[in-house]
Ligand binder design. Structure first.
Ligand SMILES: [Zn+2]
Length: 273
């Protein structure tokens, strides 16, 4: 097993600070999920050579769980390195046609998310790139979706993940309207993007959301799927007989005793208090 393999699955992870990217080893090629920021994309490319013994040209596809800057800003690093096809969630087609994406209220959402910022080792380069690209690529800073690459296509609920048989696309709106997960039923693995993050060894349905009602429906749908391996966009992956048995709702404040959890409880606006 390579150093980067997650739980002995045919999936490897590279990250910078809290920004996680993944490589799925398909039958003949590699698929990157969420190349994140350029620093994450660079590390995914290094990992492909160092740990998987493959070439950048073996990467045939890239998919992003949603078009927030910290999930799409690294795509062009990969498309410059190798001629891979990029697929985005179907909802992004509407944004590229001119619809303005909904965004969550920044301050109260960031307050609720605080513990996750402290969940993985801080890295200045990742922070600098997050700040720099936050207003230039993706959406959330600028009003519309801005990309520095061409999407080859879009994927919607029930579609297979292009190039990775066995992985099914699940629409999981709530954090954003374009949020998407990929589920591998055979191994009960969920690549959750920002629909579910992790904190303190527990899954946490993302307390940053654009729509509480829709986030509730997504939480209910995901909890109905058996999940033993949770590979989140932010936070450490979790491996458990039933990941949901200890999962926290997006409505529920964190319970940790650290300063970030205490600030989140005090300054986030929580639906369950
Ligand atoms: Zn996001």
């Amino acid at each position: 097993m390579s150093d980067s393999r997650v739980f002995d699955l045919p999936v490897s992870m590279a990250n910078a600070w809290i920004f996680n990217g993944y490589v799925i080893e398909g039958d003949t090629s590699l698929i990157v999920v969420d190349p994140g920021l350029p620093v994450v994309a660079d590390r995914l490319l290094e990992m492909v050579g160092r740990d998987l013994g493959r070439q950048p040209d073996d990467i045939s596809g890239v998919v992003c769980t949603h078009a927030h800057p910290d999930h799409v800003a690294g795509v062009s690093t990969l498309t410059h390195a190798t001629p891979c096809a990029v697929h985005l969630p179907q909802r992004c087609a509407d944004y590229l046609a001119g619809e303005q994406p909904r965004v969550f209220p920044l301050v109260e959402s960031t307050m609720r998310f605080l513990p996750v910022w402290g969940a993985q080792r801080f890295e200045p380069r990742a922070f600098a790139e997050f700040v720099r690209h936050g207003t230039s690529i993706g959406f959330g800073g600028p009003p519309m979706l801005t990309l520095d690459f061409e999407a080859a296509g879009f994927v919607d609920d029930g579609d297979p993940l292009p190039g990775a048989p066995g992985w099914m696309t699940i629409r999981t709106p709530g954090h954003t309207d374009d949020s998407t997960c990929w589920y591998h039923a055979e191994s009960e693995t969920l690549l959750s993007g920002d629909a579910v993050v992790t904190d303190d060894g527990r899954a946490w349905f993302n307390p940053e959301y654009v729509d509480a009602e829709i986030a509730g429906e997504t939480e209910e749908r995901l909890r109905s799927l058996p999940v033993r391996h949770l590979l989140p966009g932010h936070g450490r992956p979790i491996h458990a007989a039933d990941v949901w048995s200890t999962a926290r709702s997006f409505r529920t404040p964190p319970s940790g005793r650290g300063v970030l959890s205490r600030c989140a409880r005090r300054f986030g606006r929580w639906l369950d208090t």
